[in-house]
Design a protein around this ligand. Structure first.
Ligand SMILES: Cc1cc2nc3c(=O)[nH]c(=O)nc-3n(C[C@H](O)[C@H](O)[C@H](O)COP(=O)(O)OP(=O)(O)OC[C@H]3O[C@@H](n4cnc5c(N)ncnc54)[C@H](O)[C@@H]3O)c2cc1C
Length: 432
């Protein structure tokens, strides 16, 4: 029988209450659109510097990808290091890589300072090779990362892989002990509470429908029309990631929303959980059509992937549950009797160059394009853009990199090409 959609993480926490009835303020210093990791981290940084902030959220706190993800707090970027160096040069890539490490410290620091109970743990991540040639490349990658960034990755040959994972289907692995894991719903709830405590006003059910640049008495700012009335703001920050919509068309044209889905089993016997993941790593494989998985803090298997490319619908979630269960059993036949209790989906944000983008465009500030690495990077770039707003200095290492739209302008925000992209990536996995 098909399981009903339910997000396991949301069963483990209560989301903070926000303003659903109070009228919106007439004016604020900064309006932030979106109450996920990016928007809340930005709001927290801004209010701590004495800025008056309104966070406008179309649904509720953490409703987007921030409460739906795998909770993997990962080093590195989606693109491989050689590709990054070829594209952006050594120095820029070194700064980007350093930011990926700093982003994990940034999450850890917020968790500690704000006392957020979200099971943050530096358990490390394990990438597993689906083909021999993927494994052969790990050795080269580890060398480059050590040489260029002074960061150590441990390559694990197949004969030692059982120390890391209770599966025999892979050709070897690569471990980064700096990565961490957390419970994302508890983390985003904690970020929301921290921002509120510091003085940020968060307005739920306040969908921004239109934004307009306006000038008054010689100073310019923004008028935002929302489903609950309007707000004026001197500055505007867009933090809508995969849910970026028609109110910000220039960003929408640059971001492809891609569905990702997760299943979670019942609580497993402790010995079985230990066998599946002896070191409790955050695990993902080397395919384009990726699987990612981990144990939850209470000992369930969480197994995710791009089982369908389109953003989540009831139908894609139902089909994904079946596809992901089959995928999970390919990796872990030991789970054939484990009951799947939860399934849900969410939307990721990919830029056309698969890079994070943060900065200022047409006078508005933004940070998005995390490509599945957003738990840490969204927190970090939210903070960096908030600092940019306050100081006028953009110190994020992604500043100034080209932010491409679709070739020939063939995309207006409706991703008609996703089925083709899905087939293309399956093909690459087959031949690559
Ligand atoms: C299934 C899944 C698994 C993932 N796993 C991982 C992982 O393990 N590790 C990792 O690092 N990353 C992962 N990610 C990615 C990560 O979750 C995101 O990159 C991150 O949460 C982005 O945070 P955000 O605050 O920018 O956006 P979101 O959390 O998506 O928040 C955007 C918010 O903007 C709101 N919004 C949009 N338009 C408007 C509007 N017009 N008016 C008002 N509000 C609006 C939305 O309602 C939404 O709440 C995963 C994502 C998914 C979907």
């Amino acid at each position: 029988m098909a399981i009903a959609e339910s997000n396991y993480w949301l069963t483990t926490t209560e989301m903070p209450k926000a303003n659903v009835a109070a009228p919106l303020p007439e004016t604020v210093d900064v309006a932030v659109i979106g109450a996920g990791f990016t928007g809340l981290s930005a709001a927290l940084t801004l209010v701590k510097r004495g800025v008056k902030v309104a966070v406008l959220e179309g649904e509720s706190i953490g409703w987007g990808a921030s409460s739906r993800n795998g909770g993997m707090v990962l080093t590195g970027l989606k693109l491989g290091v050689n590709q990054l160096i070829a594209e952006y040069g050594r120095e820029k890539t070194q700064r980007m890589y350093a930011a990926s490490l700093a982003s994990i410290d940034c999450v850890e620091q917020i968790v500690r300072e704000e006392g957020i109970e979200c099971d943050f743990a530096r358990c490390g991540h394990l990438e597993v090779a689906c083909k021999q040639k993927h494994f052969d490349d790990y050795e080269r990658q580890a060398e480059v990362v050590q040489r260029e960034f002074g960061h150590s990755l441990r390559v694990v040959p197949k004969r030692e892989l059982r120390e890391e994972i209770g599966s025999d289907i892979y050709f070897g692995g690569m471990v980064d002990v700096v990565s961490a894991g957390l419970n994302p719903a508890r983390y985003v709830a904690g970020l929301g509470r921290a921002a509120q405590r510091a003085g940020a006003c968060i307005y739920e059910a306040a969908r921004v429908e239109k934004i307009m640049r306006e000038s008054k008495q010689g100073s310019s700012g923004w008028a935002l029309m929302t489903s609950r009335g309007s707000v004026r703001a001197k500055d505007l920050m867009v933090a809508t990631s995969g849910y970026t919509g028609a109110a910000t068309p220039a960003l929408r044209r640059r971001i492809i929303p891609i569905g990702s889905y997760i299943i979670v089993t019942e609580v497993l016997p402790a010995a079985l959980a230990r066998e599946l993941s002896p070191r409790n790593r955050m695990i993902y494989d080397s395919k384009n059509y990726i699987y990612y998985y981990r144990l939850t803090p209470d000992g369930r298997m969480l197994f995710g992937g791009r089982a369908a490319f389109f953003p989540e619908t009831r139908d894609s979630i139902r089909r994904s549950a079946e596809i992901l269960r089959r995928g999970m059993l390919d990796v872990y036949p030991q789970l054939s009797n484990a009951k799947v209790e939860h399934v849900w989906g969410g939307t990721l944000d990919f830029a056309f160059d698969i890079m994070p983008h943060a900065g200022r465009m047409d006078n508005l500030y933004y940070a998005l394009g995390y490509a599945g690495h957003g738990v840490a990077m969204a927190t970090y770039l939210g903070q960096k853009i908030a600092e940019f707003i306050c100081t006028g200095k953009d110190e994020n290492p992604f500043a100034g990199i080209p932010f491409p739209g679709a070739p020939l302008g063939l995309y207006d925000g409706r991703p008609w090409f996703l089925p083709l992209a899905g087939m293309y990536y399956k093909f690459l996995d087959w031949v690559g």
